[in-house]
Write a protein that binds this ligand. Structure first.
Ligand code: OXD
Ligand code: MN
Length: 587
């Protein structure tokens, strides 16, 4: 590992003095370094080697049982000005929080090795990529970062002597939930994360850098950093159209990103460019181009199977790390939904487990970390420096009623409003209370590093900058019928909705206006072979006045939280929607 970057060396020296590690290791990102770290973790019990004949290059890790997910209540945006963080974030004064965090970090790496992890978010050759440095005392984090980012010497080479890098300091500390904080300092582009080893809290390139800090950089520099998958759909004629889609966590983003078109779609191919994050900029041609800043998938294991997502399953078969799944007696990972349960296993907490055990074998948020290149439908454009041109944005959530299967926004500003009002209903499993609407604007509620009112303003402004802005759509795969059953088959069948989206982008198919947006005209959505008939589709596309009056109330409450800072145009959109709804109500 070599660098002449004086600012970087000085910062690493200061962090070394603060945390006092026994050793400092600068990561070069090589396979040899990765193998050495894995070997070391197998030796000390941090990792278990899986059956290498069936799971080549795969390892298993069990985290502390109190450290299995992102901790939104312990995540802070420490901007100089509280209003800049907005009601959508926890805020603390940066000087106060820095002092508190420095206290936690003081001497915390004693007896440990400090790993200096240079990483590049985005293809190394892309002018749109950004370099960050994560300092961590976790070898588990280090090997995960090598899968999730372009890591090591290549990132240092890209950085050169520039001082423009995100500074991330991470320690697992004592994994004490009372001494766990994930803090962002937007003005100085710094991240300090203490007390957790979980991906979303500890792999600082992902949510902390590529979304929270990058969303702020994007606002300042005129681009977008979004919680979106990027999917290419290639027609039988060989033309590929790209879409970006934003859904709240655990609403099937990875599944849609790796969709397999149904049998009726002969000759169609779907290509995965990314499953979680998109960075978008206007290209010289006036279109919006997207890169995936990541190099791997950090996917939820439970529910992933040959049936639901064969492409994810193929991706995780080699060179992957499994965290908090179950482990079978013959050293294979297992999770609920994968297939028949093993007769005996060890559960995610390390306890003996059999199918008769009442608790789940895998934690519901157990994960696989896999190289994106493993995916059989990884887009050939995944490394393209300029990214891919986006024709449509698709927003969605999990709604039992209210939101129809699909609708198109009337124009960009209406589309921004639709994205801002994206919401999901909680499921019984999550809260014990079904049907509570949780607003998750642009699926960015946990990830927008600044005031949502300003974020919506930024999106509105972006739309004024080109005539070729993508069209905006909203989908809902989770609508239920009168019996409470899912009315739409989902998964690969979602291709039918995507085809309609593509046809709308190409101006090839009609739509019917409703008060909330335009839905497919009769016969416009291909149902052949779907198992859904025309009457069922009518129900799936129905816009119910009473449900929307209720929805309007929730939208108003949400907008009001942001006071004067909410752009007037968002209120204009609200009033226009209310008027359109009352016009049909009065009919
Ligand atoms: C994720 C998330 O892990 O959104 O991608 O929580
Ligand atoms: Mn995500």
């Amino acid at each position: 590992m070599t660098t002449t970057n004086a600012a970087l060396k000085a910062w690493v020296d200061t962090m070394t003095q603060l945390t006092t590690p026994d050793n400092v290791h600068w990561c070069d990102g090589s396979q040899g370094e990765y193998d050495t770290l894995i070997k070391q973790m197998v030796a000390d019990g941090t990792m278990t080697e899986l059956d290498q004949d069936k799971w080549s290059g795969c390892y298993y890790h069990r985290s502390s049982p109190n450290d299995v997910a992102r901790v939104e209540h312990l995540t802070f945006i420490c901007s100089e000005n509280k209003d800049d963080a907005g009601p959508n974030n926890n805020w603390e004064d940066p000087a106060k929080m820095k002092a508190k965090m420095n206290g936690l970090f003081e001497g915390c790496m004693q007896g440990r090795t400090m790993y200096v992890v240079p990483y590049c978010m985005g293809p190394v050759g892309s002018p749109y990529s950004k370099v960050g440095i994560e300092i961590t005392d976790s070898p588990y984090v280090t090997v995960n970062m090598r899968i999730m980012t372009r890591m090591g010497q290549q990132a240092l080479d890209k950085l050169g002597d520039s001082t423009d890098f995100v500074r991330g300091l991470h320690s697992t500390g004592e994994l004490d939930p009372d001494r766990r904080f994930i803090c962002h300092f937007p003005e100085t582009r710094e991240i300090m994360s203490f007390g957790s080893g979980y991906g979303g809290n500890a792999l600082l390139g992902k949510k902390c850098h590529a979304l929270r800090i990058a969303s702020i950089q994007a606002r300042d520099e005129g681009w977008l950093a979004e919680h979106m998958l990027i999917l290419g759909l290639e027609s039988p004629e060989g033309e590929t159209t790209y879409v970006c889609a934003a859904f709240p966590s655990a609403c099937g983003k990875t599944n849609l990103a790796m969709l397999i078109p149904p049998a009726e779609y002969k000759g169609w191919k779907a290509w995965c460019v990314g499953d979680d994050i998109a960075w978008l900029r206007w290209g010289p041609d006036g279109r919006l181009w997207a890169i995936n800043p990541e190099a791997g998938f950090f996917g939820v294991a439970p529910g992933t199977s040959e049936k639901t997502n064969p492409m994810a399953l193929a991706s995780l078969k080699t060179n992957s790390i499994f965290t908090n799944t179950a482990l079978t007696e013959d050293n294979q990972p297992w999770w609920e939904g994968l297939g028949p349960p093993p007769a005996k296993a060890t559960d995610w907490k390390g306890n003996a487990w059999t199918p008769a055990t009442e608790t789940a074998a895998a934690h519901p948020n157990s994960r696989f970390t896999s190289p994106a290149k493993n995916c059989p439908v990884a887009s050939p454009e995944m490394d393209a420096p300029e990214g891919v041109p986006i024709s449509a944005f698709i927003f969605g959530g999990r709604r039992a009623r209210t939101a129809p299967l699909v609708f198109e926004a009337f124009d960009w500003n209406h589309g921004v409003y639709v994205g801002a009002m994206a919401a999901s209903e909680t499921t019984a499993a999550a809260t014990g209370k079904v049907g509570v609407v949780r607003r998750d604007p642009f699926a960015m509620k946990p990830f927008c590093g600044y005031n949502f009112a300003d974020y919506f303003g930024h999106w509105l402004k972006m739309g004024t900058q080109s005539e070729k802005a993508p069209k905006i759509f909203h989908v809902n795969w989770f609508r239920t019928d009168a019996n409470g059953k899912f009315a739409w088959p989902g998964f690969g069948q979602n291709m039918r909705v995507l085809e309609w989206v593509l046809k709308r982008c190409a101006g090839e198919v009609d739509a019917v206006d409703t008060p909330i947006g335009a839905v497919p005209a009769s016969g416009g959505l291909n149902l052949q072979g779907s198992g859904v008939d025309a009457a069922q589709l009518d129900d799936l596309l129905d816009v119910d006045s009473d449900e929307w009056q209720e929805e309007l109330k929730g939208q108003k409450e949400f907008l009001e939280q942001y006071g004067d800072r909410m752009p007037k145009e968002m209120w204009n959109q609200y009033h226009a929607l209310a008027e359109r709804l009352s016009a049909v109500g009065a009919r």
